[in-house]
Design a protein around this ligand. Structure first.
Ligand SMILES: [Zn+2]
Length: 118
């Protein structure tokens, strides 16, 4: 299990490293055949449902021209967690958009980002 065969997923992101563990999940972007295309987002893990699903919350700012200010908004995204990535609540994660994996899941966790990525 020490040999890690990760696919080049074509994504370079500061603080992102390929998982040190290996898995044989087909729906893993690193070891399976899951393609990541579309968006990339950074968010915080706020819920873990089972082993395969994380709820990621994202804070973002929207400019409101009427008040010339930014409004703070939040969104929650369901993302699949490949078996080779272990998550804890509060982790900052990079998620990538992929094909729909379940009714409400079309994102996958690519990895945990190191501290300081706020
Ligand atoms: Zn994997």
């Amino acid at each position: 299990m020490s040999e890690s065969k990760v696919r080049d997923i074509g994504i370079k992101f500061e603080g992102l490293e390929p998982p040190s563990k290996t898995c044989d999940d087909d729906e893993c972007p690193w070891h399976g055949h899951l393609k990541v295309r579309g968006g990339l987002l950074v968010g915080r893990v706020i819920k873990l449902r089972g082993r395969k699903l994380a709820v990621v919350e994202r804070d973002y700012l929207v400019y409101v021209s009427k008040f010339k200010r930014y409004e703070r908004r939040r969104s929650r995204i369901h993302a699949r967690v490949p078996p080779c990535i272990s998550l804890n609540l509060g982790d900052n994660v990079l998620i990538g958009e992929t094909r729909p994996l379940a009714k409400s899941v079309s994102w996958v966790v690519l990895g945990v980002l190191k501290e300081g990525g706020h």
